[in-house]
Design a protein around this ligand. Structure first.
Ligand code: ADP
Ligand code: MG
Length: 240
């Protein structure tokens, strides 16, 4: 589903990603962790074509992300992305947030987009808030709307970049619960998160990054039971 082959990226003369390679199969849930500044967000953004990279290949299905001929907006609609800070449109109601891209990018009618949006809003437990604005919702609720909005595009995979790290602690679980459900339904997911409870519950593999390198790429059991690199061990000892 997602193939990352020898990806290298520089910001000016600073190499942020070095020879990153991994494969994500359909239905796999990959947790990406590692210290701040290790390149996790950059890697995720490269997968979605939000950041260019200078060397290597990323394929989503048969589509090459780095190919200048690739229609990036269309590709992004197929690979949902959820950010740390929700990124809802503050001036649009929750329903309009849910419908906008469905109509603009997928050409759905208002009715169609609305039906889909409300169904997903219900699924994340927020149907009663359809006519509110993002600012009237808690962080956890906004993040659930952001997930519903991404799902409204019928994505083939979902990318998450620390979706719970900007939330107050009591709201973390309501977002993780939605992600766990998605994972259990078979959604292909790449999740940058330090929520190791989530990783233990649903991850198929855990990737550990450090200084732009993928240092570990192991099954969940291998990762938690026999992390090989010292850096990954040190990291785990700090967050667990
Ligand atoms: P992580 O998500 O693991 O914390 P990032 O991918 O955000 O790491 O950043 C990796 C490194 O790249 C950091 O050293 C960061 O300062 C640098 N970086 C991130 N974005 C930019 C940018 N737009 N320009 C220059 N350097 C950047
Ligand atoms: Mg980051």
């Amino acid at each position: 589903m997602i193939s990352i082959q020898n990806v290298n990226k520089w910001y000016g003369s600073f190499q942020v990603l070095t020879d990153c390679s991994t494969e994500v199969k359909k239905g796999e849930v990959i947790v990406v962790c590692g210290p701040s500044g290790s390149g996790k967000s950059t890697l995720i953004k490269c997968v979605n074509g939000l950041e260019p990279f200078q060397k290597g290949t990323i394929l989503i299905g048969d589509t090459s992300v780095g190919d200048p001929k690739t229609d990036l907006p269309k590709l992004r609609s197929k690979v949902g992305m959820v950010f740390q800070n929700f990124e809802l449109f503050p001036h649009l109601s929750i329903t309009d947030n849910l419908c906008l891209a469905q109509q603009r990018v997928l050409g759905r009618s208002t009715d169609e987009a609305m039906e889909k949006g409300l169904k997903l809003l219900d699924r994340v437990g927020l149907k009663a808030h359809a006519n509110k604005y993002p600012g009237q919702l808690s962080g956890g609720q906004q993040q659930r709307v952001a997930i519903a909005r991404a799902l409204a595009m019928d994505p083939i995979a979902m990318l998450f970049d620390e979706p719970t790290s900007a939330l107050d602690p009591e709201m973390v679980n309501e977002v993780l619960d939605v992600m766990v459900e998605l994972a259990q339904e078979g959604m292909t997911m790449m999740c940058v998160t330090h929520e190791m409870g989530f990783a233990r519950k649903v991850a198929t593999r855990v990737i550990f990054m450090d200084q732009g390198h993928i240092v570990e790429d192991a099954s969940k059991d291998e990762f938690f039971n026999q992390t090989r690199s010292e850096r990954a061990q040190l990291f785990l000892s700090k967050i667990l």
